[in-house]
Design a protein around this ligand. Structure first.
Ligand SMILES: [Zn+2]
Ligand SMILES: [Zn+2]
Ligand SMILES: [Zn+2]
Length: 279
């Protein structure tokens, strides 16, 4: 189909690409010829392949190495622009950076991060934990809003163990992170009396739904009723342990007792003022 080229035509084409023809003979487009690149490397190539773009393989290797070198320089620049220090590059396929070992500007332990994630803005986990740390007064306030009380614990981050007192007066160990996720007092969940009531309710309630620790918002604070039976009205059931009637040391003593009384009163009033609820 394609017409046979003359040696001159071939040489002309090759020279226009900045290369030169070393061979002094040309048979056809499928017979290898020797050409020399503009850097002086000689290699053998079929003219048909040269026409479709096959260039000096040695130059290609050099170029690839250069781009690799550039890549490292580029990665270093990206890391330094973030104010971080590049410790190491873990290469992935085709010598592209896969992960980096970097150190933050606060001098925390170097950490490993996926290169793409670093580019998307993932920064030092320790810095993040520091930033996530909430002021203790805010934590106390957030807990108070839900009727919980921060008792003790050295709060360093959302994962530090702290002791909290639940609205029912149980003191238990948790973390602020868990509290934020909605994990509440485990002692409340396992109170024997409540378990008994629960199984009783499950047995007698056939058509209505029942919720345990039903939350109600009163004046911006969340209170919980032990049970709520969803009938034509909301029927609340409270299982009150002894701490509702006399001060008990394990439930915060007199302080805890007074708080308990206030909480109970607020909940009682709420039911009294809402026609569609019953206690
Ligand atoms: Zn070359
Ligand atoms: Zn850091
Ligand atoms: Zn509790």
């Amino acid at each position: 189909m394609s017409k046979r080229h003359s040696l001159e035509e071939v040489r002309d084409f090759i020279e226009k690409q900045g290369y030169s023809l070393v061979s002094t003979e040309y048979i056809n487009a499928k017979t290898p010829i020797i050409v020399k690149c503009d850097k002086g490397h000689e290699y053998s190539v079929r003219f048909t392949n040269f026409k479709s773009g096959k260039r000096c393989p040695e130059c290609a290797i050099i170029k690839r190495n250069e781009s690799k070198r550039l890549d490292k320089q580029y990665v270093k620049q990206i890391v330094e622009e973030a104010g971080y220090t590049l410790i190491d590059i873990i290469e992935g396929v085709k010598s592209k950076p896969k992960a980096l070992i970097v150190r933050c500007d606060k001098g925390h332990e170097p950490y490993k991060v996926n290169y793409q994630n670093f580019r998307k803005g993932r920064r030092c986990p320790e810095c993040k934990a520091e930033k996530m740390r909430v002021d203790l007064s805010i934590i106390k306030e957030n807990m108070r809003k839900e009727g919980f009380e921060f008792i003790k614990g050295e709060y360093k981050s959302n994962r530090s163990p702290i002791i909290v007192r639940c609205p029912k007066g149980h003191e238990y160990s948790t973390t602020y992170g868990l509290f934020k996720e909605g994990k509440r007092c485990s002692k409340c969940r396992t109170s024997k009396g409540e378990i008994a009531i629960k199984s009783l309710l499950e047995e007698i309630l056939i058509d209505c739904k029942m919720t345990q620790q039903y939350p109600v918002k009163i004046n911006n604070t969340t209170y919980h009723f032990d049970f709520c039976v969803h009938a034509n009205k909301k029927l609340f059931i409270e299982y009150d342990g002894i701490q509702h009637f006399v001060p008990i040391e394990a439930f915060g003593g007199v302080d805890g007792f007074n708080k308990q009384k206030i909480n109970d009163k607020i909940k009682d009033d709420y039911v009294k003022n809402n026609k569609d609820t019953e206690l």
